[in-house]
Each structure stands twice: as structure tokens, then as C-alpha cells.
Design a protein around this ligand. Sequence first.
Ligand code: ADP
Length: 674
Amino acid sequence: MVITSLLIANRGEIACRIMRTAKRLGLRTIAVYSDADKDALHVKLADMAVHIGPAPARDSYLKIDALIDAAKATGADAIHPGYGFLSENAALAEACAKAGLIFVGPPPGAMRTMGSKSESKRIMGRAGVPLVPGYHGADQSNAALEREALRIGWPLLVKASAGGGGKGMRIVDQAQDLSEAIASARREAKAAFGDDTLLIEKYLTRPRHVEIQVFADTHGNALHLFERDCSLQRRHQKVIEEAPAPGLSTELRARMGAAAVAAAKAVGYVGAGTVEFLKDVGDDFYFIEMNTRLQVEHPVTEMITGQDLVEWQIRVAQGEPLPLAQEQLVLKGHAFEARIYAEDPARDFLPATGRLVHFNPPQANAHVRVDSGVQTGDDVTIHYDPMLAKLIVWDESRAQALARLGKALGDFEMAGPATNIGFLKGVASHPEFAEGAVDTGFLDRERAQLVLAPKPIPQTALALAAIEILLSRAAETQAQAKASCDPFSPWFQANGWRLNDDNHHDLIFKDNERNLPVTVHYQKQGWRIDLPSGSTMTACANRLADGALEATLNGFKLKARVLRHQSHLTVFSQGETHRLELFDPSALAAKRDSQGGSLTAPMPGKVTAVHVRPGDAVTLGQPLMVLEAMKMEHAIKAPADGVIEAVHFGPGDQASDGDVLIAFALKDDADATA
Ligand code: ADP
């Protein structure tokens, strides 16, 4: 049966990516969305979109009935589940079959078997696929697990059979820690997967994660599309993936590929799947699990093979044979993928939320691909995975591809929630990574080097920030002058002209708590900028059509973009991103006039402490209240010297984003009314 319209039961970048191929193939695309996603990119890209429920995934993207109803109501003939959510859920595949819909994925039986790490290992063992030494038996008593642990030896890994995303995994180094590890892995597995079956594996100390992309059709054909190396992981979760695996011999590639194809055949597999192996030092490799879906990192395989795996999935789902035979597949060049997350490396990689004020990825071309599901103005919420985009690069050699990765990460402009881009850039320029000498523990070992304390803002970035402010003030003044009766009035000159004064502007920037005064003197042509380091720069600049700046600083010409969001400034320049604040007394006064000095919750959270009472006099920066959000504490501080007028929330209260927490009078106002 031919698929003519496809419902994508997912969101974010993968929903957009699947739609891209579906549209190219001439299919009608149907999106589904939750309350939180009504303006999301995947909804905009689709030919039609169906609302399926409230923001929490369990009430929308995880509701099988709602998805089937949406498919029926829109006349879809197939459902693509993407990855995550219900992609490995056999019940969705069965519900599709019952409703007469094609499920773009493997048969439910293969999904069930492979969904259990223990069961899949039993089948793989019988099919002659090598396994990590360990225990995956049915006897789950403490006595059996402890006996097997002693046989396997230390260190070992206790794993949840139903596990995924690194959950329910415990490394145990010595006998006395075993019973506690078993108990806590069981608890975590039960809570996360509703199944507390455990298995035990020898813990390999420096393995690499090498996985094989397999494909099978309904005509009995199965093949592999080479490997991906996903050894760059943080706490057992992938961060940067590449294909091919560095240093893998052709002979070993063929052996691993054959083992993976044998694994797929052993379970009657159909569609796209990934067989994951750990490769030990030397040429030994062991099966760990099979993922029965499209992987996040599938683009690196597409880049080195020139194939579109979503197209393959759709063709196989409608009953066509695989488009190529094993011998026709050619591995060409090298590709990397970096996962870009809204998370803060400086705060233990805590997921970050908030408005995406600016999202401007590097230009796509033959070497650079960006798969993203967000756009400027979107809100990053706590409801979904914090991955915003994937940056994929390709070149002839690994070294060239890695250089492209570093450059493209530098060109990725984003402002709003914290991201891991700086961290990824550090990884991309790490000498050991450049040599390809990495294992699954590499990132966790190197973390201290990679999560650097923020560096002071370079003087060039300060000069660019000052230029941005002067150019935008000049534009505002000109607009006002145009609108006024006397456009030639000196009051409307933007060149810093003042009565009885040298024509200059004083600006104060703030880098965390540090004040950085910058003085700009107007000259016949351009400016002279006095910087906090004591140095001086001559500068001139103009604004480009896309809002960026073209500046000449001390004779060096460069392009930069400075973004202003209230008092926050983000400077994108020379592959670096710098954040600072403009301390602007007039803005504070304007805020006082418009808001009466109220302090609002920056994000939803629980008030855990209140340090002030109405009537208290406070000074600039003094902590007034503590708000706990996403397991982090945020101090609400006095924005200026002043007096507390009212406290609207007490300890234990839940505040929503934007709620007024404290009413605050600036010192001058308080004095005036006293
Ligand atoms: P999940 O399904 O939770 O992602 P996996 O079994 O796929 O769990 O393993 C995830 C990662 O954990 C691997 O890529 C590897 O880094 C690490 N890991 C898993 N098993 C072992 C092992 N036996 N020895 C060492 N590391 C392991």
C-alpha cells in the first residue's frame, strides 16, 4: 500500500526532519501538538495539525488513543513515531494495525523482544552475537544476583533490563556496595519503566560505544549502513557522535556489520534499527542493546552514505524492498553531530528554560546541516527534552570535518536560556578528541577542563556593545527628530552634544557583579572609545541590512552582532558569545514609572525563604527572597537601594512565571513620600 499522508507522532527537530522528507516524497504531512506547542515550528511546517492535549507528554504525545483518533480524523494512512515518546512502544504499533494504519517502524514482536535488554541478550547469544560477560537470567532473587556478581567480578554494572537514557544503571566496585546498588537500581527501574528486572554486566573500564545502523525489509533483505561512534558521552548519554568510528579497520567494520545484521535477522526485524556494541581495547566487541527506531544521531550516517534514512523507512513501511544492496553502499568522508541543549554547564548541566530571544544557526550548505525544531521567540519549557537542535557537519577527512564542527559551533548564535555550545566548542578543540583517542568515560574525566569558569569580557566585545548602543540611540533620536516640529534642534542630535561639556557618552556595563565603565568620545569620523582596561580604541561602524554591525576597531574590520533584550546584551563576534548587562539609571527610572518597582518571578518555582518584611530598607543587590526552580535556588535581589512595600509570597508558596513577588519602592521615591 502506498502512503499518501503521514501523521508524525512527535515534536521538535525530529518531527520537522521527518516532514522534510515526507514533503519531498509528495506526502501530505500531519502534525500533532500539545497546549505548549501551538505555535511550534513542527506545527507551522505541517500541512495540517491536530491538538492532542495539555503540555505534559503523558497527556498528549504519549496518548495512543489521541494519536489514533487524530490519524483517523485527518485521513492519515500512516504514523511515524520519531524517536523517544512512543517510538519503541509495541502497543502503538498494535493500535495502528487495529485501526488500519501503517506504523512506520518494526513489527511489535521485535520491539517487545528488543525492549528488554535481558531477553534480547538471550536471543543474541543464541544467534552467535558476542555479549558482555554477565548475567541476564530469569532468577531475580538477591541471592542469585549476588552469586552471579561474584562470578563476574569487579567492577560491574547493574542495569535495568527495560532501561534507557542511562536510568537504573549502577557501577559497583566492591562486594559491600552490591546490595545497596541492586536495591536502588530496582527502585529507579520500577519508577521509570514500571519493570524492575535487572541484569549484571562486567563493567568495561575504557570501552568505546560503536553502533551499527541496520535496515531490513518485508522481503527478507537486511543490511547495515556502517557504524557510528558515540563514545563522547556525559553520564552515559551521547553528546557528540561521528561516523565512521575513528581507527576502525575495514575488517572489523565488516565483522561488526555482519553481527548486527545477524541480530536483526534473529528477531525478524523490519525497518530502521541500531545495534549497539561496546568495543573493548583491541578488537573485541560486545552487544549491549538494540534500539528499534530511528536514532537521534542518524544524520551522520546519512552524511557518509548520501542516503535519506527517513525515505528508506517510508519505502519499507509501504512494502517496498530496500533501495540498495550491501555492495552498493559506499562510505564517503567523515561526519560529526553535536547535540545542542538548553542547559547550563556551569550549573551541573541543569536544563535551562525561558524565551529563546535569538536563534540564528549557521547557514546550511554541502558541509553543514542543522536539524532544529525551534525558532526565535519560542519558549523552552520544562515539559520536554531540552535538546534544541543538532548541528551536523561533513568533510572528506575527520580532521577537516572536526575543523568545520568548531567553526559552525562558533557561528551558532543563540540568546535566551543557557546552552551547552561553549562546552561543545571546548570538546571540538580538545587535542585527544582530535586524535580520535576517546572512550565513554572521556567527557566525565575531562569535565573540569571543559567547563571553564567564565572568562572576563574582552575589550573588543565591550567596544562592540557600546557601538551597538550608540547606533541604536542615534536611530531612535533621528526618528524622534523626524516626528518633531524642529528636526534641526540640537536636542535631537545623537552625537553626544551637550551644553558645557565635551561631546561624549558614559556607559556602564556589568559583567556579573563587576562594573565596566566605557566612555565614547565623538570624533569627526567615528569614535574614540575609552575602555576599562585603560586602553583606547578608535572605531567606526555601520549597521548591515540584517541588523549586524560592520565595525572597524583600531583598523581591524570585523562583523559582529549585538543583541539587546531589556538590559541584557549578547555579543556574537569572532565565533565567541559574550553576555553582559547595561547598567542604565534612566531605564531603572522608566521601570519605576511603569511598574512601581515590583519584583517578579523569573520562572515558575517555589519560594523557600523570605529575608525581608514590609518597611525594611534594603540596598542594591541584597538578597530578598529565595525561589527554588528546577532543583536550583535563585536569589531575588534588590534592583537598587529602596524600601520593601509588600511581600506577596511566603515560604512554601508556589509562584508562576511573572507573578509579582515583592513590591518595592526606590530610595528616592520612598524619601519623597516619607
Ligand atoms: P541505555 O539504554 O540506558 O542508554 P545502554 O545499555 O545503551 O543504556 O548503555 C549506555 C551507555 O552506558 C553505553 O554507551 C556505555 O557508555 C555505558 N555502558 C553500558 N554498559 C556498559 C558496560 N558493560 N561497561 C561499561 N560501560 C557500559
